[in-house]
Design a protein around this ligand. Structure first.
Ligand code: AMP
Length: 424
């Protein structure tokens, strides 16, 4: 098969690594890719927001499957456009991608189908939103309705903080003013990222992971796209996984099929495991980043047939096998991230780092300059490792981190701490 991956982050490098290893793959392309992905695939400079250009490339190169990494092209309908032109694509349609693109849509779907999630209301104006917040009290969570790259959620500890968040979102604090916000109760528990593969009718569970969103050790500092992740997630027992499939994922897939917009692709449920059981925080319509990196390290089966089966509606009798080992990834980011940061600093020692047993390094934001590897983004590297336990995977990942010379970068030193504490 000729396969085209869309995206340029660590998630796409992990997908490229796994897809390139498949005996089904003849030729692998990635648009636009990065310096690490270039070791697995031919990187091409097609703009992934230009659906006509992507479609033309896919036709010209006789691409058998397009795998869409990030949410923005999915929410913009790239799967609809590719499929309309006769190109097979893995991922949900524009309509189904509203599960990520509109928080209000998802909350209403949950309510209509008895899917456990925090109590909420939708607002189009600041006045009624503030009234609601004053009535409900804090802590309370304020969210912009649309895509906001992780920046549209404020967990407010006080009513004043919630009111400020309402003003910020409606006032254009994220660039453009929110046209609608969702305000919901604050859930208490441990978070987990749960993944399922869906073919429109059938959903099969993948595995779960836990990530660290805050920038600094001890889960402190500003929120980021994710500073590390590990799998298995100790809170996600087999019984919990069954409950999430039965109470959350399958009712969602059934509801979308019934509405005439079957969901195909990866469904990523952000969960809060509360004392009352799992509650849905949010859906994402693609693999998580950096969760995908640890999923790919633990996946024993070939990924390509699974993606094709999901696209073709053939998951009914499909099964995937996983390594029992743990996997963990440490994100290395440019100093300053998630605020402003420079680009172009030199990274050395990657080859020595990759020699540590069980280690795999995925690039998230790099570019080449001759033989040199330069940082080219906020999150730059994913230093990943497998091990018999999370503790072993963690030790291996940090042994590799310590071999990387990059004065302009930083990472957290405590990724996986909850799991390591439990193992102890
Ligand atoms: P989201 O973008 O909806 O995943 O929210 C980002 C983060 O905000 C989540 O990973 C949670 O840590 C937190 N969060 C969102 N909604 C809630 C909620 N209802 N209760 C508690 N924390 C939440």
């Amino acid at each position: 098969m000729n396969i085209l991956i869309l995206g340029s982050g660590g998630r796409e490098h992990a997908l490229a690594w796994k897809i390139a290893a498949s005996p089904l793959t003849d030729k692998l392309y990635c648009a636009p890719g990065n310096a690490g992905i270039a070791q697995e695939a031919e990187c091409i400079s097609v703009d992934i927001n230009d659906h006509a250009a992507v479609t033309a490339f896919a036709k010209e190169k006789k691409i058998d499957l397009v795998v869409v990494g990030p949410e923005a092209p999915l929410c913009a309908g790239i799967v609809d456009d590719l499929e309309a032109a006769g190109v097979k694509a893995f991922g949900p349609t524009k309509w189904a991608a509203r599960l990520e693109g509109s928080k209000g849509f998802t909350k209403d779907l949950c309510k209509a189908n008895n899917i456990p999630t925090a109590a909420y209301q939708r607002f189009k104006g600041a006045g009624t939103a503030k009234e609601y917040v004053r009535r409900k009290g804090a802590p309370i969570v304020v969210k912009a309705d649309g895509l906001a790259a992780g920046k549209g959620v404020v967990v407010a500890e006080t009513v004043q903080e919630a009111e400020a968040a309402i003003d910020m979102l409606f006032g254009g604090g994220l660039g453009t003013p929110a046209w609608e916000i969702v305000i919901e109760d604050c859930l208490v528990g441990e978070e987990a990222s749960f993944f399922a593969l869906c073919d429109g009718e059938t959903a099969i569970p993948l595995i779960a992971a836990q990530d660290h969103k805050r920038a600094f050790d001890g889960d402190k500092g500003p929120n980021t796209g994710g500073m590390g992740a590990y799998s298995p997630a100790p809170v996600m027992t087999a019984a919990m996984s069954t409950r999430v499939m039965d109470d959350i994922v399958r009712p969602t897939v059934r509801a979308l099929a019934k509405a005439g917009a079957p969901y195909k692709g990866v469904l990523f449920a952000g969960l809060m495991i509360t004392e009352q059981g799992p509650q849905l925080i949010e859906y994402n319509v693609r693999f998580g980043d950096p969760e995908c990196q640890v999923l790919m390290l633990r996946l024993m089966s070939d990924l390509v047939p699974a993606l094709v089966a999901a696209r073709d509606g053939q998951l009914k009798n499909f099964g995937l096998r996983w390594y029992p080992d743990a996997a963990l990834t440490v994100v290395m980011a440019t100093n300053g991230y998630p605020g402003s940061y420079g680009k172009g600093s030199l990274i050395e020692g990657l080859d020595q780092a990759a020699q540590v047993e069980g280690v795999e390094i995925f690039h998230a934001g790099t570019k080449t300059d001759g033989k040199k590897i330069l940082a080219n983004g906020g999150r730059v590297l994913n230093v990943c490792a497998r091990g018999k336990t999370v503790r072993e995977a963690q030790a291996r990942a940090y042994a590799a981190v310590d071999r990387i010379q990059w004065p302009d970068g930083f990472c957290r030193r405590d990724i996986g701490w909850q799991a390591v504490e439990r193992e102890t």
